[in-house]
Design a protein around this ligand. Structure first.
Ligand SMILES: [Zn+2]
Length: 432
């Protein structure tokens, strides 16, 4: 007999989905990998492929995870704020925060040459402390400063504050490609407060010029700080309120750490070693009803090393999942979901792409569909159809019997999970 409080484990293989590769005889890395444990899960579960957003849309990990956690991206602060929170910062209300990175420029001083500078952290910290990088006054806007704080790799955060209202509805300074000019930030066409957006864009233009001036006299390849993903803090419904689940996220990625903190999930360390990470995920299930365990490595290897290395990385993760698979198959009170957040082509020079990702759900009572192998095309032959990213967690909750009959109203707020936090009629009254 299974209990009433089934738990959910989400095993998230970042960017693991891919395109068929000639180097792998026309298979994808996930299909070509030796994955006995993921195969066991596929064989015991229901499988399918899922568009995390609309078909064809290439997603970043944060926008994909937002949906996989059951939220629309318009409900959340943008990536600049998520990254800041991932690094333990707390951007003040009313500020605008951007993600930023040092880059080099071509000889013309305006075209981006290299966005992936690989100096020592100490060198980037030294540059970050330069007047003109650390902070720039923006005389055109009352009381406005733009400041930079180094975080990791060649990256940091730009924060814009002013006496007047500022807005995140501005274009990115970073063209996110080499060979294109540094962009003059301007208000986006849909900016609700165009004047506030113009103030922010002015601040970012001033700050970007200031960093180029400050870095001109300094040795090393960094010529400018490029910012993107402007965001402002805002309140969000907590994950526990939305889903009725006490949740933990194990991720080594700062932006997803920031997402977990924003949603009120507890963030737990994701050990580097795969065996330790699997053990940590199982341990977290002892104290949380929903556990997200994140593997950013397939995406990273796809970008850096191509399809064969990605295949081997997926196999290495699989080799660590024996205990997780045993638990998934043996524990009637556990619902296990395996998926990716987006497709990362390891063969093309694109960031991410919009093909759907495989999903496997293993649980007592699930409609097992006869799929016997993990990977994109085996999964596509399964019976799980029509699930989008925002539906996934609700689908898993449904399998876990953590969803209420549609139309019932136990509380004023519309909740679709069977909460016991109801208002009792006879609270505090003795029965006569
Ligand atoms: Zn990626």
């Amino acid at each position: 007999m299974r209990g009433r409080d089934r738990r959910i484990l989400l095993v998230l293989l970042d960017g693991a989905a891919d395109r068929p590769s000639p180097a792998l005889d026309g298979r994808t890395p996930w299909e070509a990998a030796d994955t006995p444990n993921l195969d066991r899960l596929a064989a015991a579960g229901i499988n399918g492929t899922m568009h995390v957003a609309q078909p064809g849309v290439p997603l970043s990990s944060d926008l994909a995870h937002t949906r996989l956690f059951g939220y629309d991206p318009t409900e959340l602060p943008g990536r600049g704020v998520l990254e800041a929170r991932g690094f333990g910062r707390d951007p003040p209300p009313g500020s605008v925060v951007c993600s930023a990175s040092f880059a080099s420029l071509e000889g013309d001083g305006r075209t981006v040459a290299d966005r992936h500078l690989a100096d020592d952290a100490a060198d980037f910290e030294r540059r970050s402390a330069l007047p003109g990088v650390r902070e720039a006054d923006v005389p055109a806007v009352d009381g406005c400063t733009a400041s930079f704080e180094y975080t990791w790799k060649n990256r940091g955060l730009v924060e814009v504050t002013a006496d007047e209202v500022v807005s995140p509805a501005v274009t990115d300074v970073d063209p996110f490609a080499e060979g294109l000019p540094v962009i003059a930030s301007e208000p986006t066409a849909d900016a609700a407060d165009a004047e506030a957006a113009e103030r922010t864009a002015t601040a970012l233009r001033t700050f970007t010029r200031s960093t180029r001036d400050a870095l001109a006299g300094v040795d090393g390849p960094a010529d400018v700080v490029l910012s993107k993903w402007a965001a402002t803090p805002r309140g969000v419904e907590a994950f526990a309120d939305r889903h009725g689940l006490d949740a933990a996220s194990l991720t080594p990625k700062p932006v997803l750490t920031g997402l977990a903190r924003t949603l009120g999930m507890s963030h737990r360390a994701a050990p580097d070693g795969y065996d330790d990470r699997a053990a940590a995920a199982l341990d977290a299930l002892g104290s949380h009803e929903f556990v997200h365990v994140h593997y950013p490595e397939p995406d990273e290897v796809a970008h850096a090393a191509g399809p064969r290395a990605k295949r081997d990385e997926i196999a290495a993760i699989d080799a660590s999942l024996a205990t997780v698979t045993d638990r998934a198959l043996d524990d009637p009170d556990l619902v296990t979901v395996v998926t990716a957040d987006h497709t990362t082509p390891s063969t093309e020079d694109v960031v991410h792409s919009g093909e759907p990702v495989p999903v496997t759900i293993v649980a007592d009572g699930v409609r097992v569909d006869g799929v016997e192998r993990a990977g994109e095309r085996p999964a596509a032959r399964g019976d799980l159809r029509g699930v989008r990213g925002r539906d996934l967690l609700r689908t898993a909750r449904a399998v876990a019997d953590r969803i209420m009959l549609a139309g019932l109203r136990r509380t004023p707020a519309a909740r679709d999970y069977p909460t016991t936090a109801v208002r009792p009629l006879w609270e505090g009254e003795d029965r006569e």
